[in-house]
Design a protein around this ligand. Structure first.
Ligand SMILES: [Zn+2]
Ligand SMILES: [Zn+2]
Length: 135
């Protein structure tokens, strides 16, 4: 199991090491949301993610039964959100343990921060790495 947590550690979760996709997003929304140059994330099937601590203090942003993001109600760290049916998208920065699936490419490099230079050899996509509409 991989453990994850929010900044203040009020909320913790567990997922098996079974992420199905992982990318590093440089879009302007991910940058604004994190205050960072990019957001590395991984997709995991929803039933595989378990909130193990602080479930009573999570903040549901959006529709619980539809699209939503889950944040810690105390420190407001983003824990996961619903990118597509059946999956949660987990910011890799919240993981305590190392996932087997590392980010495979950069996405939305076309709108990346001009002050940040990508210094690895991963593929770079100007927008989505997949056909728009399936993400
Ligand atoms: Zn917190
Ligand atoms: Zn993004």
């Amino acid at each position: 199991m991989l453990r994850g947590r929010c900044e203040c550690a009020a909320v913790a979760y567990e997922v098996p090491d079974e992420f199905v996709a992982a990318y590093i997003c440089h879009c302007s929304n991910c940058r604004a949301m994190t205050g960072s140059a990019f957001l590395p994330w991984g997709d995991i099937e929803r039933e595989k993610l378990t909130v193990t601590k602080g479930a009573e203090s999570v903040l549901v942003d959006g529709e619980p039964d539809a699209n939503h993001a889950m944040r810690c109600g105390k420190c407001f760290s983003l824990l996961y959100w619903t990118p597509r049916d059946g999956f949660f998208r987990v910011p890799y920065g919240t993981l305590i343990d190392e996932p087997g699936l590392k980010p495979t490419a950069h996405m939305f490099v076309g709108s990346k921060a001009p002050w940040y230079e990508i210094r690895d050899d991963l593929p770079q996509h100007d927008g989505y790495p997949w056909t728009v509409g399936t993400g």
